[in-house]
Design a protein around this ligand. Sequence first.
Ligand code: SF4
Ligand code: SF4
Length: 270
Amino acid sequence: MEELLCSEIKRFIATHPGNRLPDSDDPYLEEPLVGFSSAGDPIFQDYRRIIGPFHLLPEELLPHAATVISWILPISRSVRESNRSQTELPSREWALTRTYGETVNGDLRRHITAWLGEKGHAAVAPQYSPLWKEFGDTPVGIASSWSERHAAYAAGLGTFSLSDGFITPRGIAHRCGSVITALALTPAVRTSASHLSNCLHYHDGSCGVCISRCPVGAISRDGHSKDKCRELVYGTAPAALSERYGTPQTGCGLCQTRVPCEAQVPLHKR
Ligand code: SF4
Ligand code: SF4
């Protein structure tokens, strides 16, 4: 069943008619990485301490939850390349991916929930649960009751970064998602040395390229300021660009492109 699920997720992304840049054969999103974690993994209890007591456990989102299915949807090479030359605001292709690539990701969440349901396995996409909430003022800044990236970490798909991103074998430039199901699947074994080990800054104190890529100084050797970042991502950028690009969301992603971790774990590249 694990292989069948992986194939279905990959097939959906490869054939989704909306997964295409306008006037191009290039997709927004390339072949997914997929991982599974056990709904009973104590790491989900840890997230209540690390993120906040508002972060939900899998079984709170789905009674009899057994598995959390997580995926990484790598942002395509042509979209990443378009953002590399940007220094102030994201490229049009990046903004389109933030909006329409994320629509494809949402469709994948709904599709996998329904696909499992048709096979008799209860499932829910945390992002679309009525229990999902966003919290504006927490000790870790803006946070929600389910973190897709933390679910991906639980499933062994990567580690966190200085820029507050998530570095996977396909890099830091991606969209990610998850579905919780009552179907028991074999969980991944986490092999990272730590939850930060894919980032060169934490590995050996080097790199820091993302610091100079950020146009608003939201990243320093001390970490990432969610507030400064949001000001650009949800303030300046949409105001300046939404009309020009025709996208409600623009994102930014400058710190995810033209950096050593853009499309791989930089340690492996070395
Ligand atoms: S650019 Fe370097 S320091 Fe920044 S997240 Fe990537 S690996 Fe870490
Ligand atoms: S997304 Fe943009 S504003 Fe936010 S930290 Fe990265 S470069 Fe800075």
